[in-house]
Design a protein around this ligand. Structure first.
Ligand SMILES: [Zn+2]
Length: 165
């Protein structure tokens, strides 16, 4: 894997810790939750536990994010039913992304640092793009030219249709 930047890069010393950390979106004292207040992209698929959304301003066709229908923070807060359904839904999303073709592998990321409403990202690594292996894919995703938001939504709709088939 290779950084999407020319070298030499110089290691940076970490800054001072910020404790307590600032509130995330959807936490007391933070901005409102974008998902609960309807600011997220419209879902392309949903069931009783999950909704699937296209990104905006992204560069990789087939990237989607999956959010809990209920405002909860993380895996530890999921009901047993939602937790069991997560595995099935993620597998179906993965199959849907793979159906687009030209995908080497589907990466699954859970960050949770910006908003407190549980969601994960599924991002396809383009087939043969070995420099984007592992943790390099999100960096490459950031520097590659963006698709239009319509193209991202259309790809997500294909993913959703494959999930139902
Ligand atoms: Zn929320």
């Amino acid at each position: 894997m290779t950084l999407p930047y020319l070298e030499p890069l110089v290691p940076r010393t970490p800054g001072g810790r910020v404790i307590p950390e600032p509130p995330r979106r959807g936490e007391p004292g933070g901005d409102p939750c974008g998902i609960c207040t309807g600011q997220a992209t419209a879902p392309v698929w949903s069931n009783e536990h999950w909704s699937l959304h296209p990104p905006v301003g992204g560069s990789l066709r087939g990237a989607v994010w999956l959010a809990a229908r209920e405002h909860l923070d993380s895996f530890k807060d999921l009901s047993p039913e939602a937790g069991a359904d997560f595995v099935k839904v993620v597998a179906n999303v993965e199959r849907g992304i793979l159906s687009l073709g030209d995908v080497g592998r589907v990466h699954l990321y859970r960050w949770g640092d910006g908003g407190s409403h549980f969601h994960v990202w599924l991002i396809p690594r383009p087939l043969g793009m070995l420099e984007a292996n592992g943790m390099m894919l999100p960096l490459w995703e950031d520097v590659l030219p963006n698709l239009t938001d319509d193209e991202l939504r259309e790809a997500a709709e294909v993913v959703a249709r494959q999930m139902e088939s």
